[in-house]
Design a protein. Sequence first.
Length: 99
Amino acid sequence: MVNGIGNIKKVLEKLDDYHYIEVMSCPGGCIGGGGQPIPTSWEIRKKRIEALYKHDKDRKIRKAHDNMAVKKVLDWLRAKGHHYEHSVLHTTYKKKKGY
């Protein structure tokens, strides 16, 4: 995992160690990404980040793998079979013509 595009150098130095690399470099992380309300500024991003940390701090469930609702969905998917689970949880990419 790399947080911030400025930290990508360590990954680039070890490219042979990876099968796949995804780079997400939104300013301020996902909190500053394309799916967020606009207009935005560093001050707005900072307030969003503070609000998320404040909200998260007191949650009993803070990790997806500890969430019983998530576990129930995963169990349901697994009961449907590997192919179904894989088709729901994984993305596939296809090379486009001309690239």
